[in-house]
Write a protein that binds this ligand. Structure first.
Ligand code: SF4
Length: 625
């Protein structure tokens, strides 16, 4: 197996990682691996899977990732394995259908709307790209030609889109055709876990999961993604829009049904201050009398929604119909609640148990390899995802980067607990942050428990460096622009303010001098609302670890994930500061990676940061200076 490894040097943890994956696949078992940045996870997971593929013990390798950069890295790794070993593994690369679609502005649509939109265009022969690609359930000559050209080389999504657009073909259909003949498929989680997408994808691409190895990258996100797939919600705002849409598109017969749903939600939310649990039957009793009536209304609404999507890109009616389809489903592993906000009320049917979905896919699949830099504790992931103790290997590795390159501090002087959020607390936090910003040479990022908390502290921060604040409402382009500006300021030094729960805490790579320090302000615990309380209760009953699995560990994972933005390569240097008194409490402290050498600095934190950067500079100076 080692001979397949495509790089010159193989690191010791990589070797162990590969052996574990090889063993798991041989035994038709699974493995969950926590490996920090720098271990070389992608190659370590792919090489043993390729070995099994070459030995014809499995037929496909499916590499699941949400990040575009990971698509590129996986493709490069397979390409190197091919070159080094003179073999010709074929790759199929695909992202979400709406991101591949050639129709203008498809990427701006909500995914449920896009699904209906694409279906209705195809059904009514109104998508020229589809019609140019498929004919009488086969492929057109142009489509065949493009597929054969793309199959000759490694074709990533960009290349598929480029070739397809020249001949006005559907890039999604082209990608699926390439996947039919591919050994290694790189795609998003949805293709394997979303039942509505999975069945069609597996059928069209001819994949059998029982003969496949599924590698899940960034697997710390998997539980949340699975829960989201099984969850549904509806708001009074959406219902109002549905009524307007029904009037506009002359779907008048569904209006009384929508009004009934709206009245039921208003009744359930009457006199509640914020949110409360709702029983399945409480809502059903306010709707239609028999199950048959209920089913008829849902199907009527769904048909009307489909007709609307033939004329409009947003079908609110379909959203309401989808929610009503979900609501009568099972109670076990779910929470139902209603929430009031100014001018809007939301009814939730949310999944608490990712194992409900994962369990099904595990039973169909030869082997899963789950990997991430922040999969801790490994036992929690095994338990909540539904792996059995005796068929799942757990491994974790230390960071391969030099310890001297980083300074990790805990400053136990302040807290972000809800009951102690007051102006004095914000001022104290801002004072420490200002000191750290001044002591840190270069760019620094501060991650807060929430945007609201960040804004409360921001008003008291004093610095001469430029402050850039990320917020939830920024579009992808605006976020890219913000990061570009942040990088451009790295010589002078700038301050990036973000939320630990936001996309910047894990989706950004700022190597080298682009980021010299990260401060995790407070503990990003979720607000203990109805859903979190139910989650804790559910995990307590199922595993006897409700508070840990439902509350404490997810917050520590967010903290450590955000801290991981700082050191991205062997040569990176920087400081990581955890600013909250609870980080020294045993409950939280034991969650830090074992190989972290953490200094607890109640007072001299700024001096220590300065001396750290001074010592780094000295090491860089030539000996005779
Ligand atoms: S068939 Fe292809 S091009 Fe047409 S709407 Fe669907 S994804 Fe887009």
């Amino acid at each position: 197996m080692i001979s397949l490894f495509p790089f010159d040097n193989i690191r010791e943890p990589q070797k162990h990682f590969m052996e574990t994956v090889y063993k798991a696949i041989s035994e038709k078992k699974h493995c969950i691996v926590s490996a920090p940045t720098g271990v070389g996870k992608t190659a370590a997971a792919l090489v043993p899977a390729v070995k099994h593929l070459l030995e014809k013990k499995v037929k496909r390798i499916i590499f699941l990732t949400t990040r575009h950069t990971q698509h590129r890295i996986a493709i490069e790794t397979i390409s190197r394995i091919n070159e080094k070993n003179n073999i010709s593994l074929k790759i199929g690369d695909i992202i979400g259908k709406r991101w591949m679609c050639s129709q203008p502005n498809a990427d701006k649509m909500r995914s449920s709307d896009f699904f209906e939109f694409c279906k209705s265009l195809r059904k009514s022969d109104r998508c020229e790209f589809y019609m140019n690609t498929r004919k009488n359930s086969g492929f057109t000559n142009n489509a065949k030609m493009v597929v054969s050209q793309l199959e000759k080389t490694f074709s990533n999504v960009e290349r598929i889109r480029e070739f397809s657009s020249e001949l006005r073909l559907c890039p999604y259909e082209i990608a699926i055709e390439i996947i039919r003949g591919a050994d290694v498929i790189i795609c998003d989680y949805q293709y394997i876990f979303n039942a509505g997408i999975k069945a069609g994808f597996l059928k069209k691409s001819g994949i059998s999961l029982s003969e496949s190895v599924i590698i899940v990258d960034e697997a710390h996100n998997l539980p949340k993604r699975l829960r989201d797939i099984l969850s549904a919600r509806v708001t009074t705002r959406i219902i109002k829009r549905s009524i307007l849409q029904a009037k506009r598109y002359k779907e008048n017969e569904v209006i009384p049904h929508l009004v009934k749903v709206q009245d039921a939600m208003n009744f359930l939310s009457h006199n509640i201050e914020n949110e409360k649990k709702v029983k399945k039957q409480d809502f059903l009793n306010l709707l239609w009398e028999s199950q048959d009536d209920y089913d008829n209304v849902v199907s009527e609404m769904s048909d009307a929604g489909e007709r609307v999507s033939e004329q409009s890109r947003n079908s609110y009616l379909s959203s309401v119909a989808r929610f009503l389809e979900f609501w009568p489903k099972e109670d076990a592993g779910f929470v139902r609640y209603i929430k009031n906000e100014p001018d809007n009320t939301t009814l939730f049917y949310n999944c608490l148990d990712p194992g409900l979905l994962m369990g099904e896919v595990i039973s169909e699949t030869n082997s899963f390899v789950l990997m991430s830099a922040t999969l801790f504790p490994l036992e929690m992931y095994r338990d909540i995802l539904g792996f059995k103790r005796d068929n799942c290997y757990l491994e974790s590795y230390k960071s391969p980067f030099p310890e001297k390159n980083r300074l990790i501090q805990v400053i136990p002087r302040t807290t972000s607990t809800f009951r102690e959020r007051n102006e004095q607390q914000y001022k104290s936090i801002a004072k420490i942050c200002s000191d750290i910003i001044a002591s840190c040479k270069g760019n620094i990022a501060l991650f807060f428990p929430s945007y609201a908390f960040r804004n409360n502290v921001l008003q008291f921060i004093q610095t001469e460096k430029e402050i850039l604040a990320e917020n939830k409402a920024l579009s992808r382009e605006e976020k890219d622009e913000l990061l570009k500006r942040f990088k451009a300021l790295s010589n002078k030094g700038a301050v990036l303010l973000a939320a630990a729960s936001g996309s910047f805490s894990e989706g950004i790579d700022l190597p080298g001098d682009y980021l010299k320090g990260v401060v995790i302000v407070g503990l990003p615990l979720e607000k203990p609302d109805t859903e979190i309380i139910e989650l804790i209760d559910y995990y307590e009953k199922k595993f006897g670890k409700g508070r840990l699995y439902g509350y404490v560990y997810p917050a520590m994972i967010r903290s450590i994930q955000a801290a991981g933005r700082c050191i991205r390569s062997e040569k990176d240097t920087g400081i990581i500061v955890f600013l909250d008194e609870r980080y020294v409490w045993p409950l939280y402290k034991k969650c830090f990676p074992e190989d972290w050498n953490i200094e607890i600095q109640p007072r001299d934190y700024a001096e220590r940061i300065k001396s750290f950067f001074t010592s780094l500079n000295k090491k860089r100076l030539p000996k005779n200076s």
